[in-house]
Write a protein that binds this ligand. Structure first.
Ligand SMILES: Nc1ncnc2c1ncn2[C@@H]1O[C@H](COP(=O)(O)OP(=O)(O)OP(=O)(O)O)[C@@H](O)[C@H]1O
Length: 669
């Protein structure tokens, strides 16, 4: 049984007090108690009157797994030889039951009791339900996804499952799935979970809002729960997570963290999020100010945040970064309490690795959400550094999962560097939008955009088109543009807020909360909000400025029409968006949307290969796993041919493959 460093400190402190009370003697030596454990009431401390919890230090010997043995013995750059789980955990096909080898990682009831219940108080009935109730009406209609074409390729693909009951995820995780009110796995979950439980690497492409987060979280949590006790090195204050989930933005990392916390509730699997992180070129400035102001910061008790909020428009870089250091201190404190799954943005992770506060030596699971974004020009160097140049086990020694709704094939090729004998899974057409979203394109000149938006919002308000709770997400190109549009909307009677890379973390969180709650039902955003965010009740996405890349468009409109619900997406198009005319036309045709005649005319004017959205071509493209296309590079602009072998396709219509084009980088942080 495992205890974290913080637990052992807490326990030893508590034992000191207990022995004090018993013997009325002072402790012979003082025990350091970190700030987050001070002032704890007795009620917070473990109940020692019950059966004594089994204590095991990091150097304990219980159940050392084959995976961990050779990796012991310290840090350094050598990659541990972690024996790869070639045998999967299996999915029983005969109902749940656990198989009797689930590892209780909770460290006893003490840890469970301290855990905040993310489901609220009324979850017990759901949790105790004996089976997944297929009849339950949850208001989430995943039926539209059921007939979706699915394609897999790779060797010995494990068969999909139809129900959660067929998969042996462990009773504690099953309880949490019931608490989440997930009745049936979505298509990507039906296929991806058995593949990962089978020990295979995976590149998975599934439409926006189709449940990819759970598809990678469930097998990771289940795998960690099933592990026998894993012995981890104990070196200074370095922590050794077993799983790493990387995502491109702070908000998405927080969201994944929140989901993973729900799924792992009371399983003893510890999830920590680390986001933010100052770019290296600003590090010198930050370090300088850090030394000068560190103590002032602590004693000012966060009041500097108020100063930061005051100088809203002309932000001071140093203050901005100092706030970031604050969040770093929080992360470090959290890490010291123990971590099994680390969810992080690349910048912050690199920072933690360089400070030797995190080691990747024990990583068995690596998941990249929005993997194509993580491997494009903006993030690729950081990802390569994390995966290839630090102490993470080599591919083949860890399990790697890449998920996105879009997977241009050049990115697929790059991504294959990180994978070993992987399975490619495409649920729906690669890079397509879901049919649940009604897409409209309107021709609007730059100068008319604001009044056109106002018309849309008025109409929406008047006919109550999407109900009281309807939220509208407006995408613009630049941070400045976002601020200025927000201001204009507000003075015209439409409560709005913004989210973009120039806002502080606090401001971004506040904006998101205010939008989600409906207090400001309009959110003006740059591409920083384009991917992954799962915000209920977004009824309308407006592309005020269209992106340069069709994949960005797919992700943006995917903020509506999620989890089986319908949504509306309106795009303002003009001559400045010519390069998008053809891919947009094709995308809309594929999703059975009405394409205006004028857009088709614009599309026909753009020559093949004449722009960087190279996903289209003259022929229809049948194979989407780039490994099935033969030689890459011959065919970059013309995706003819198709077919291929080694895969299974169910009802797969012809389609084009992906193409890589760099997105707009400026909006990202
Ligand atoms: N099996 C399920 N049953 C019911 N709801 C589910 C199920 N799986 C996921 N969901 C819900 O569906 C919504 C979308 O899931 P998620 O955010 O994982 O989608 P995604 O595929 O990652 O989307 P994106 O491509 O935009 O990142 C979430 O609200 C999630 O709670």
């Amino acid at each position: 049984m495992r205890t974290s460093w913080a637990d052992s400190v807490a326990n030893s402190a508590y034992e000191t007090v207990v022995s004090d009370n018993n013997s009325l003697r002072r402790p012979t030596r003082s025990t350091y108690v970190p700030p987050h454990l001070r002032n704890r009431s007795a009620a917070d401390t473990p109940n020692l009157s019950g059966p004594a919890p089994e204590r095991t230090s990091f150097n304990g010997n219980a159940g050392v797994s084959q995976l961990s043995r050779s990796s012991m013995g310290g840090g350094g750059g050598t990659k541990p030889e972690l024996g790869r789980q070639s045998q999967g955990y299996g999915y029983t096909g005969s109902g749940r039951g656990g198989g009797g080898c689930w590892n209780n990682r909770s460290g006893g009831w003490d840890r469970r009791e301290r855990e905040v219940n993310p489901f609220g108080d009324n979850d017990e009935a759901d949790a105790r339900g004996q089976a997944f109730n297929e009849q339950e009406n949850l208001g989430i209609n995943f039926d539209p996804y059921q007939d979706i074409p699915v394609e897999t390729s790779g060797e010995n693909v494990p068969p999909p499952v139809n129900t959660f009951a067929e998969i042996d995820l462990g009773e504690l995780l099953d309880q949490n799935i019931r608490r989440c009110k997930y009745v049936k796995p979505t298509p990507v979950q039906r296929h991806a979970i058995p593949i990962v439980l089978g020990g295979r690497d995976l590149m998975a492409c599934a439409q926006t809002g189709s449940g990819k987060t759970a598809a990678f979280c469930f097998p990771i949590i289940s795998g960690i729960m099933r592990e026998q006790y894993v012995q981890r090195p104990r070196i200074a204050r370095t922590v050794y997570p077993l799983a790493l989930i990387l995502s491109p933005t702070r908000e998405l990392s927080c969201q994944i963290h929140d989901e993973a916390k729900k799924f792992s509730y009371q399983t003893g699997v510890k999830v920590v999020v680390a986001y933010g992180g100052a770019p290296i070129n600003q590090q010198v400035v930050v370090d300088l100010f850090r030394n000068m102001l560190y103590f002032a910061f602590i004693y000012a008790n966060y009041s500097i945040i108020l100063i930061e909020l005051e100088c809203k428009r002309e932000r001071c870089l140093v203050l901005h970064k100092l706030l970031d250091i604050f969040s770093l201190e929080d992360v470090l404190r959290e890490l010291e309490r123990g971590v099994d799954i680390l969810v992080a943005t690349p910048g912050r992770l690199v920072d933690l690795l360089e400070r030797a506060r995190v080691s990747l030596q024990m990583i068995r699971y690596l998941a990249l959400d929005e993997a194509d974004r993580m491997l494009d020009m903006g993030f690729e160097p950081q990802i390569r550094k994390i995966v290839e140049q630090m102490d993470m086990p080599n591919r083949g020694m860890r399990q790697t999962m890449l998920f996105s709704a879009t997977f241009p094939r050049e990115i697929q090729r790059l991504a294959s560097d990180f994978l070993s004998n992987y399975i490619f899974l495409a649920v729906g057409r690669v890079g397509s939008s879901t049919d649940l979203i009604v897409q409209r394109v309107e021709f609007v000149q730059e100068s008319d955009k604001r009044s056109h938006l106002m018309d849309l919002l008025h109409a929406q308000r008047e006919n109550g088109a999407h109900g009281k709770q309807a939220l509208t997400l407006v995408f613009v190109e630049t941070k400045k543009g976002a601020d200025s549009l927000e201001h204009w909307l507000c003075i015209n009677g439409f409560p709005a807020t913004t989210i973009h890379g120039d806002r502080t973390q606090q401001e971004r969180e506040l904006a998101l909360r205010s939008f989600k709650s409906g207090r400001t039902p309009i959110l003006v955003a740059t591409d920083v909000a384009a991917r992954g965010l799962d915000i209920p009740h977004v009824a309308h996405v407006v592309n005020f400025d269209l992106p340069n890349d069709i994949d960005d468009y797919v992700h943006r409109i995917g903020r509506t029409g999620r989890a089986g619900k319908t949504g509306l997406a309106t795009a303002f198009f003009n001559e400045g968006n010519l390069s998008l005319a053809r891919p947009l036309t094709e995308l809309m045709q594929e999703a059975s949307q009405e394409v205006p005649a004028w857009l088709t005319r614009y599309a026909s004017r753009v020559p093949y290969g004449g722009n960087k959205n190279r996903r289209y071509g003259g022929g229809r493209f049948g194979g989407r796993d780039f490994r099935r296309e033969g030689s890459l590079g011959r065919n970059l602009d013309h995706y003819g041919g198709g077919g291929g072998n080694g895969g299974t396709a169910y009802g797969l219509p012809g389609n084009y493959g992906g193409g890589y084009a760099s997105g707009v980088m400026s909006a990202w942080d």
